[in-house]
Design a binder for this molecule. Structure first.
Ligand code: NAD
Ligand code: TYD
Length: 348
């Protein structure tokens, strides 16, 4: 089986590539990634990094191509060579979508359409689209509502609006052209190679640097946190057993859901640090209050059970950042990161 993985140099895509190679000895992968600030070939050190190379040894089944999913000519050439397309490539951070919305539309909306068109035109390739729970909007804190796959889309951030548009395009290619698609809408991921701009990776690395954790507003917002391993196992299962045209939610086990402040307090406990390492900063504009998914469909229909509790997920993630200091220090020391951090946090 030959895969085109897009965005495979990012957080979740690189974890998925490691998993596929470990699990399927015969697999072949083309990784198409633009290497934006979030794309990092250090995540894939055990594979060959050179564009176009098919080097010997254990790497002959892996090829990295630096390029844009919105580049129709390149995408056509690559899609022609594979059986399956898994689309991870995206601009993925809400705060950056407030600073610069246009690139979210270019990659998440236009880029996805280019991929879909290529999959359609080159023999209706199996297409899996990786999406987010955020497209469903925001639930109020006093409500017990949980979204299902049938709930209406009500995105409220530039990021989630662009992801929602991409999901609609995926479904339109299914209904119009019969493209064999599936979509997964997943909760917030944690784990190895998470770029240190997201809440928990920023918190862990700031704490390891002796800095404080910036908590937006009063920290009352609620997220569902899933270990990335549970996410990529679910994607693999959807590719194997999922019904084309269908959408599957992927989320953590049923447990109490702490809010952001309580989650950081848990983290501080794990890291043996005092609560005065929390710093309340100005809230995010349009901050979604709560996400909550009913994940019974993937459990019942595909037999998926997430493996890790929140405590285990946080502990494993802390351990990874403690043992991979070089990886994140290189990012945090870069001019791009420093510039973003100043822009995002200096005046808060
Ligand atoms: P990430 O930001 O870590 O990585 C994105 C990757 O896509 C990077 O390697 C980047 O270089 C690449 N990329 C960006 N624009 C591109 C383009 N135009 N062409 C080719 N490559 C491009 O993101 P992530 O956290 O790994 O998320 C992967 C996918 O999962 C995204 O679609 C995101 O919406 C979705 N998702 C993420 C989470 C999460 O918690 N991180 C949760 C649910 C869904
Ligand atoms: P984030 O990791 O950006 O993911 P999401 O896409 O769900 O917004 O943020 C998770 C939550 O943490 C969200 O409610 C915003 C909050 N947050 C902070 O309080 N401080 C921060 O520095 C960041 C990045 C996020």
């Amino acid at each position: 089986m030959k895969y085109l993985i897009t965005g495979g140099a990012g957080f979740i895509g690189s974890n998925f590539i490691h998993y596929l190679f470990d699990k399927y000895p015969e697999i072949e992968i083309i990784n198409l990634d633009k290497l934006t600030y979030a794309g990092n070939l250090d995540n894939l050190k055990k594979f060959s990094a050179e564009s176009g190379s098919a080097s010997g040894g254990e790497n002959y089944r892996y090829k990295f191509v630096k390029g844009d999913i919105a580049d129709a000519e390149l995408v056509n050439k690559l899609v022609r060579q594979v059986d399956v397309v898994v689309n991870f490539a995206a601009e993925s951070h809400v705060d950056r979508s407030i600073l610069d919305p246009a690139v979210f539309i270019k990659t998440n909306v236009l880029g996805t359409q280019v991929l879909l068109e290529a999959a359609h035109k080159n023999g209706k390739k199996r297409f899996h689209h990786v999406s987010t729970d955020e497209v469903y909007g925001s639930i109020s804190l006093d409500s017990d509502e949980k979204w299902t796959e049938e709930s209406p889309y009500q995105p409220r951030s530039l990021y989630s609006a662009s992801k929602a548009a991409s999901d609609h395009l995926v479904r339109a290619y299914f209904h119009t052209f019969g493209l064999p698609v599936t979509i997964s809408n997943c909760a917030n991921n944690l784990g190895p190679y998470m770029y240190p701009e997201k809440f928990i990776s920023l918190a862990i690395t700031n704490l390891l640097e002796g800095k404080k954790v910036p908590v937006y507003g009063e920290g009352k917002q609620v997220r569902e946190w899933l270990h990335v391993e549970d996410h990529y196992v679910a994607i693999d299962l959807i590719l194997e057993k999922g019904k084309v045209g269908e959408t599957y939610f992927v989320g953590p086990p049923d447990e109490d859901r702490p809010n952001n402040l309580e989650t950081i307090k848990k983290l501080l406990k794990i890291m043996n640090l005092p609560e005065d390492r929390i710093e309340f900063v100005k809230d995010r504009p349009g901050h979604d209050v709560k996400y909550a998914m009913n994940t019974s469909k993937i459990r019942k229909e595909l037999g998926f059970t997430p493996k890790y509790s929140l405590d285990e997920t946080l502990k494993k993630t802390v351990e990874w950042y403690q043992t991979n200091i070089e990886w994140w220090q290189k990012i945090k020391g870069s001019p791009e990161y420093k510039n973003y951090y100043d822009q995002q946090y200096a005046k808060r």
